[in-house]
Design a protein around this ligand. Sequence first.
Ligand SMILES: [Zn+2]
Length: 199
Amino acid sequence: MSEINERIERFKTMADANPQDELGHFSLGRALMDAGRFADAIEPLRRAIAINKNLSKAYQLVAQSLLKENKQGEAVATLTEGVKIADARGDVMPRNEMVEMLKSLGAAVPELKAAPTQAVAVGEGQVLCKRCGKLAPKLPGQPMRSELGKQVYENVCAPCWREAIGMGTKVINELRLDLSDPRAQTVWDQNIREFLNLT
Ligand SMILES: [Zn+2]
């Protein structure tokens, strides 16, 4: 079985075993998109949103999948909802990306509460975080010695990294990953990257 199909099977198992856990559905949808199966990706991503309506990134992925299926009207509706949710939560990166998608579709952009990100002065011990879009405390050093560890240190704030660790632990437990296996390491890395908006 190819790596991507193996990943899809693992997440399917995870989603089936924990139907009320948004992470399994979200990861399954993401993996299906990676496999080019956009029509199949929409349902698990929508299920993730049904469980946690604040999952702003999921709206963006649903809209991307809908566009691949030439469903522009539905994509615009999903993006409009997603922009509002992301704006209310302060998820700046997904919000701005969805605003750009609406503009490129010639659709109206909902009125935004939070001001768009501007150039900000990053102080000592701070980072402009790619996940939350805020200027926030930096980690004291690289959390891992890998390339991912370097990217995390340079692009992610300490609070978001703590959240990612919690999520990563869940993925490892749910999928019974053995991180000495390079393929399991890839699955873990991919989830963390997605969660931290590093891809
Ligand atoms: Zn952050």
